[in-house]
Design a protein around this ligand. Structure first.
Ligand code: HPA
Length: 289
């Protein structure tokens, strides 16, 4: 079993290596927000004012994604006036990492100074109210089907042993995203995201079960990252791009290609919503909690 010192030491080790590329101590460079880009959204990071880029593989001890289409690097830059650290590609539990490794990047970004975590993903629609191409603001989550990222010895310095999940997705940030969607006339759905381990998609019976449980969308990431962030006192928000109906309601078997195609097609709208929302989040860190 991984002891708490290991995880803490791993975070410190990654942080020390990153500091060789980026000076987090300087006022200018301290990221206020962290953004994790899901499938199809990676290009967003190529279009911002970039200060530094660090591929994950250059960081000893850092989990590296093996999924095609996931770039695997940190991009440091500015969106509007907001200093951000962006993860262009994330790691998933199904790649074989422990859940504490899956959330290690979130812990490292917190260590850099980020107070806000903005999560994005591609997801399958469970609710009949959703259709492929929809954007869904996360209002709550179901993480019960995957191990908690907090299992193991607690690092008191990060957070409490038994953190409350009464509000995972910060109400203030949600309101900013809603307002941004209204301003740009972007249709924004809202709902509950359920995480599975993946990598297989769901059977129709599983999708019916998830619907019964109150889930609106299903995917293979996000809820554990949100838990780790809440554990460390970050303000969290998230948006899903609904790429397909879960279980493949389209009549043909669901494929990663179909998911990627719809994610790519929705990317411009998704990008607009994420970037414009982040611009409004400057100065909205944990001090306002
Ligand atoms: N299920 C799980 N994860 C997903 C899906 C899905 O239908 N679509 C995109 N990510």
């Amino acid at each position: 079993m991984e002891g708490s010192m290991d995880m803490r030491e791993k975070v410190e080790q990654c942080y020390r290596q990153l500091r060789q590329s980026v000076d987090f101590q300087s006022q200018d460079f301290r990221p206020e927000a962290a953004l994790i880009l899901g499938s199809g959204l990676g290009a967003l990071a190529d279009e911002i004012e970039t200060e530094a880029v660090v591929p994950y593989r250059e960081l000893e001890g850092f989990p590296v994604s093996t999924v095609a289409g996931h770039k695997g690097r940190f991009v440091f830059g500015r969106i509007g006036g907001l200093p951000v650290v962006i993860m262009q590609g994330r790691v998933h539990y199904y790649e074989g990492y422990s859940m504490s490794d899956v959330v290690l990047p979130v812990r490292v970004m917190r260590r850099m100074g980020a107070e806000i975590l903005f999560l994005t993903n591609a997801a399958g629609g469970v609710s009949e109210k959703l259709a492929p191409g929809d954007l869904m603001l996360l209002t709550d989550q179901i993480s019960t089907f995957v191990p908690s990222p907090l299992i193991g010895k607690n690092v008191e310095e990060w957070g409490t042993r038994f953190p409350s999940m009464d509000t995972v997705y910060d109400e203030g940030l949600r309101e900013i995203i809603r307002e941004t969607a209204r301003e740009h006339r972007i249709r924004l759905q809202e709902g509950i995201y359920l995480q599975t381990t993946g990598p297989n998609y769901e059977s129709p019976a599983e999708v019916r079960m998830f619907a019964t449980l109150g889930a609106d969308a299903v995917g293979m990431s996000t809820t554990v990252e949100a838990i780790a962030a809440v554990h460390m006192g970050m303000r969290v928000c998230g948006i899903s791009c609904i790429t397909n109906m879960a279980g493949g309601a389209s009549g043909k078997p669901l494929s990663h290609e179909e998911v990627s195609e719809i994610a790519d097609r929705t990317a411009p709208l998704f990008k607009k919503l994420v970037v414009s929302s982040l611009e409004k989040m400057a100065g909205q860190g944990t001090d306002n909690r």
